[in-house]
Design a protein around this ligand. Structure first.
Ligand SMILES: Nc1ncnc2c1ncn2[C@@H]1O[C@H](COP(=O)(O)OP(=O)(O)O)[C@@H](O)[C@H]1O
Ligand SMILES: [Mg+2]
Length: 264
């Protein structure tokens, strides 16, 4: 398949300030070339997911802008959405639907349908080795199977840019390897990819270039080997710890069922 779209990403002064004036992403600027596999690394709470959520139009920047294939995430979110796919560790698949029904549902959201969609679904299920479970309810799937389905769910519309936010979190080594191979394969087909992960070996192996961010700011950006040389360290883990320190980052998740207390 010949791809004519441009999958470049240009990020300019991107900033997200949450309630209370806390800057989760603080005037971040960088560029990703068309077809590049770019890693985004940082400790818990560094601002990786917030950056991804802005780039995927799920969250509006407080300041700055970003351009995907030349389209502003602020002014042309609909155009951006057609160009991108997002995979995170939060699975976006319905347990009550079968694998095929899930893909059909999401295909319809992208305006796909008919024979073409059914063919695409067959192709994608085959890609992630789920053809024989096509008509089983996803609620019966293992986490690894669900994540494989979740991955191709993001590929239905043939995106030019794929965002992967911790795609291997909590998965068994077999699934991690499978996803890694799929990422390599997608990279060969010229998709631009932005990957966040805590697994240094995975990031080092996959990223052509990467950025290390902490406290919403970029600390280093470039080719992994080059960054290691420049900083006199022998691997990405040492570089990461040198730049971000050894302090543990304890963050609490939001309580799910606690009622909101409004103080007047
Ligand atoms: N909706 C939100 N409201 C307030 N603070 C948030 C919100 N989302 C994220 N944060 C805070 O912003 C910071 C960055 O979060 P995040 O981007 O999720 O980090 P990462 O993905 O690098 O672990 C954290 O301190 C987090 O608690
Ligand atoms: Mg995150």
């Amino acid at each position: 398949m010949i791809r004519v779209e441009d999958g470049s990403i240009v990020v300019k002064d991107l900033t997200k300030i949450f309630q209370g004036g806390f800057a989760a992403v603080d005037h971040v600027s960088f560029e990703i070339k068309d077809g590049e596999l770019f890693g985004l690394l940082g400790p818990n709470g560094a601002g990786k997911s917030t950056t991804m959520r802005m780039l995927t139009t799920l969250l509006r920047p407080t300041e700055g802008d970003a351009f995907i294939g030349g389209h502003s995430i602020k002014d042309e979110p609909d155009k951006v959405r057609l160009l991108i796919g997002l995979v995170s560790d939060k699975l976006i698949v319905y347990d009550r639907l079968t694998a095929r029904e899930n893909l059909r549902f999401f295909g319809h959201l992208y305006g796909l349908g008919g024979e073409k969609l059914e063919e695409r679904i067959d192709e994608l299920l085959d890609e992630v080795d789920l053809s024989r479970f096509a008509d089983r309810a996803v609620g019966t799937f293992s986490t690894g199977m669900k994540q494989r389905l979740n991955l191709v769910r993001a590929l239905l519309h043939n995106p030019k840019v794929l965002f992967l936010d911790e795609p291997t979190l909590g998965l068994d080594p077999q699934t991690v390897r499978f996803i890694k191979d799929l990422i390599v394969q997608l990279h060969q087909s010229d998709i631009t990819m932005v990957l966040t992960t805590h697994e240094m070996a995975l990031a080092e192996e996959l990223s052509e270039r990467l950025a290390i961010i902490d406290h919403g700011k970029i600390l280093a950006i470039g080719e992994p080997k080059r960054l290691e040389e420049e900083n006199g360290v022998k691997n990405l883990e040492d570089l990461f710890l040198k730049l971000t320190g050894r302090q543990l980052r304890d963050t609490l998740g939001k309580e799910k069922s606690a009622p909101r207390v409004i103080r007047g």
